[in-house]
Design a protein around this ligand. Sequence first.
Ligand SMILES: Cc1cc2nc3c(=O)[nH]c(=O)nc-3n(C[C@H](O)[C@H](O)[C@H](O)COP(=O)(O)OP(=O)(O)OC[C@H]3O[C@@H](n4cnc5c(N)ncnc54)[C@H](O)[C@@H]3O)c2cc1C
Length: 415
Amino acid sequence: MIDFELSPKMRATQKMLRIFAENAMRPVARQYDEQEHEKPLELIKMVHGFMKGGIGGPAPAGDKKEEGDKKKKKSEVNFATAVTVEEIFWGDAGVALAFPGEGLGGAAIHATGTPEQKERFLSRFKGDEPVWGAMAITEPEAGSDSANIKTTAVRDGDEWILNGEKIFVTSGKSALEDSKGLVVVWATVDPKAGRAGIKPFVVEHGTPGMQITKVEDKLGIRCSDTVSISFMDCRIPADNILGSPEITDLSKKTTSGFKGVMKTFDATRPMVSAMAIGVGRAALDFLKETLAKEGLEVRYEISPNRMTSIERDIAELEANLKAARLLTWRAVWMLDNGERNSLEASMAKAKAGLVVTQVTQKCVELLGPLGYSRKLLLEKWMRDAKINDIFEGTGQIQMLITARNVLGFGRDKLK
Ligand SMILES: Cc1cc2nc3c(=O)[nH]c(=O)nc-3n(C[C@H](O)[C@H](O)[C@H](O)COP(=O)(O)OP(=O)(O)OC[C@H]3O[C@@H](n4cnc5c(N)ncnc54)[C@H](O)[C@@H]3O)c2cc1C
């Protein structure tokens, strides 16, 4: 049964996070937007105190059917993370993305690592010190078409040697500067093998041959660092390849490789949707509060054809945001229940990425000069919104995946 009621415990956590977001994040949001990439150290200490492991570490449910009793494995970890993410991003998206935690790197380890690797690489995030994880798949010639990556991994005795360039790595600077930080790097072990040859590798802080080559100057989420990283004869231990080094998984008679990428995205895309909903809700709440001060409140009880145009606009924005939340919660519920959710994760992200840009832009429009002023945060939320329609696969790519799944078309038929 699907139950989207929040438990009393989750409601209490949500309330606590809302207080934190409102009183600790909001007051510094403008400052850290202007001082791009500067870390909110006090907040980091605070947030690490009550959320060890960070907020950005969705845990793919794994092959629960293979592991045995499905009922026993049922969890709410991803549902709880989505609720948490929405509240924190309601506070501030840039600051939230700068918080420490497993991040996308952790998601890739959960999705593809062996139990020993999960323990070895993820336990560091639960210690007393904040630690950053990152994931690097995008390259100058491979973004949406991530199966086209050119970074190579060549086996040499007890080591792998990585060569290539990665761009737009969220928290890459934080992870590389942190003595316990790590980056999961996707590379091909055999360019001739195509998708099957693409594998994830853990590269730890201080590994020679790994270097930041560019720090991005961005439109939004400016507190979060985004960097390019080059790998030049970067040697890592042989057992830092996540999962099996085999190109073909004989036990399942399938090619593995790129499936790990998709499994990671199935877990992270709903979290990006939750981020988007948090930002959209921030803008909408602010719009409603501001209009209420002028005596304008939405009369939900009357028929839409008797509403003013602003009332109808607000009702429509709210409906869209709620629709995005329901799609998101369905995608994480499936994840928690060990069900394949690729279609639902893409649907949620397509909807939330679009809705958050529409909501924030409309809120700016409806408040006119007030919305455009840098004295308030609304213009910032409009800037912070757009990234949700870009990273973890653009809106167009989510629509493409959705269409392929619904129509039953392969990659060759619908490009
Ligand atoms: C701030 C930021 C943080 C990021 N963080 C990370 C990170 O941590 N790790 C990481 O690996 N990557 C990260 N990325 C990269 C991000 O995932 C890519 O930018 C994104 O996937 C798009 O790839 P691209 O930039 O190469 O655009 P392209 O693939 O070149 O796309 C350009 C445009 O064409 C459209 N398009 C492409 N193919 C199709 C198609 N078949 N049908 C219809 N339209 C299409 C796209 O939707 C887009 O509008 C980040 C990016 C940004 C901006």
